[in-house]
Design a binder for this molecule. Structure first.
Ligand SMILES: CN1CCN(c2cc(NC3CC3)nc(N)n2)CC1
Length: 158
């Protein structure tokens, strides 16, 4: 099928009590808090794309990224599936800045602003915070709000 590759990077503090989110200021997902990421471009690996987007959107350099999963999104009436490759890191350098794309803010992982996040987040976040490696496929209505179903698998690697 038709798949378009995207990345999503969550930066956590060393004791994993806090997570860095960004408020998307324009484009797809404008007005929602999310991790950092974007499209994977020709000529780069998915991981290189994740590092590039983190740097572009937050000015942070991740020393290494841990692959945590792949989230597939199918939207009613759209044949193209979004493959969102999920990474995490606790090892970043550089000065966090607000960019044209993102307003950054550290959140307690116990108190995330789910009403201003994508509706799928509360479904897969528990698996992510439990350190599981997973794939999940969401079926959305065209309104980008209504989830008509999802199917997930736990994996040893993705
Ligand atoms: C480059 N970005 C990364 C993040 N991403 C999404 C999407 C998403 N839900 C889909 C219904 C839209 N949920 C989260 N948490 N992130 C879209 C592409």
């Amino acid at each position: 099928e038709l798949h378009k590759l995207y990345t999503l990077v969550y930066v956590l503090n060393k004791d994993k009590t806090k997570i860095l989110l960004g408020l998307k200021k324009r484009g797809f997902g404008k007005g929602r808090w999310n991790g950092f990421g974007g499209k994977v471009e020709k000529g780069e690996t998915i991981e290189q794309g994740a590092l590039r987007e983190l740097k572009e959107e937050s000015n942070l350099d991740a020393k290494n990224l841990e692959k945590k999963g792949v989230i597939y999104f199918k939207f009613e009436g759209d044949p193209v599936i979004m493959d969102v490759h999920l990474y995490t890191t606790t090892d970043v350098s550089g000065d966090l800045i607000e960019t044209d794309e993102m307003l950054p803010k550290w959140y307690n992982v116990s108190d995330l602003p789910y009403s201003s996040m994508w509706p799928d987040d509360p479904i897969w976040h528990p698996w992510f915070f439990e350190g599981k490696i997973f794939t999940v496929k969401f079926f959305f209505k065209a309104d980008l709000e209504t989830i008509t179903g999802y199917k997930h698998k736990f994996a040893s690697s993705v």
